[in-house]
Design a protein around this ligand. Structure first.
Ligand SMILES: NC(=O)c1ccc[n+]([C@@H]2O[C@H](COP(=O)([O-])OP(=O)(O)OC[C@H]3O[C@@H](n4cnc5c(N)ncnc54)[C@H](OP(=O)(O)O)[C@@H]3O)[C@@H](O)[C@H]2O)c1
Length: 266
């Protein structure tokens, strides 16, 4: 059991290495996205907060502003291409040229293929794949412009350990994440030449709301047991790694970062 041990803070980066950066975080209303948006702001970036739950985004915006940060809550369903483009236009108007995109929003819905949970298949494909493509469409010219102007520019995509491991019941989810890892590898070929860095973050088990959406009982139990038995990751652990990816010098591209809880062996 993991109840007796104290976990130290994830925060290692000092100062304000992201000052002058304009960041967008999708999935900023909870979990990894919320923690990363907060860390970006602490490290000096202006941060646009994107997700559907406006009240959550407003609360985070208030908190970041109260501690001296610049934040902008923009409730958006990123599966809606036009809405995503409209959000990008507002960010350009209000915050300027985006040079740090954390394309993080995603959903995980586990089931056997014979269950024919086709609505779940669609939800994962629509958000994890198409939503990420909408996000890239909305900000790619901004990332390229920032790089052309001589500053750092980052496209950081949340993939998963599921992209490269075999986990029963995770077929569709894993396939969407394999798409994202492979997408990041291929985008580097085109964007690296333009001095835009591309990175895939591949976390293992992080204690967030993600498993709450899973209806399959076996998969739910697997995740609940893991959380009870080992020290799984916290969103802050991922946030620090993402901030590090953005904070290193411009000529350094950390391309794929696999982050597992030390005790996670599946
Ligand atoms: N937790 C893990 O163990 C783990 C492991 C590997 C990878 N990941 C990946 O990490 C990313 C973040 O997940 P999390 O663990 O932090 O879970 P989470 O707390 O459930 O976060 C998911 C985020 O995506 C947003 N979202 C969902 N549908 C959206 C839509 N249509 N448009 C815009 N935003 C939408 C949610 O906000 P709204 O509901 O407000 O829209 C929420 O902010 C996901 O890509 C996930 O696949 C997580």
């Amino acid at each position: 059991m993991n109840t007796t041990k104290t976990i130290p803070t994830a925060q290692i980066i000092a100062g304000r290495p992201l000052a002058d950066r304009v960041a967008v975080v999708t999935g900023a209303s909870s979990g990894i996205g919320a923690a990363t948006a907060e860390r970006f702001a602490e490290l000096g970036a202006k941060v646009a907060l994107v997700a559907r739950r406006g009240a959550r985004l407003d609360a985070l915006e208030d908190r970041l502003r109260a501690s001296g940060g610049v934040a902008l809550a923009l409730p958006t369903d990123i599966t809606d291409r036009e809405a995503t483009l409209a959000t990008a236009a507002r960010i350009a108007d209000e915050l300027g040229t985006v040079d740090l995109l954390f394309a993080n929003a995603g959903v995980q819905l586990i089931s056997g293929i014979s269950d024919l949970a086709v609505a779940d298949w669609d939800a994962q494909i629509d958000l994890n794949i198409k939503g990420t493509m909408n996000t890239i469409q909305a900000f790619i010219y901004s990332l390229e412009a920032a790089a052309a102007a001589g500053g750092p520019s980052d496209l950081i995509i949340t993939s998963s350990t599921a992209a490269v491991r075999y986990l029963e019941g995770f077929q569709v989810y894993s396939a969407t994440k394999a798409y994202l890892t492979q997408l990041a590898r291929l985008l580097r070929m085109e964007l690296g030449r333009k001095k835009v860095r591309v990175s895939a973050i591949e976390p293992g088990m992080v204690n967030t709301e993600l498993p709450d959406h899973v209806t399959d009982e076996t998969a739910s139990k697997l995740m609940a047991d893991l959380i009870a038995e080992i020290h799984v990751l916290r969103s802050e652990d991922i946030a620090e790694a993402v901030a590090f990816v953005a904070a290193v010098p411009r000529h350094v591209n950390l391309t794929e970062i696999h982050i597992l809880p030390t005790e996670q062996t599946i």
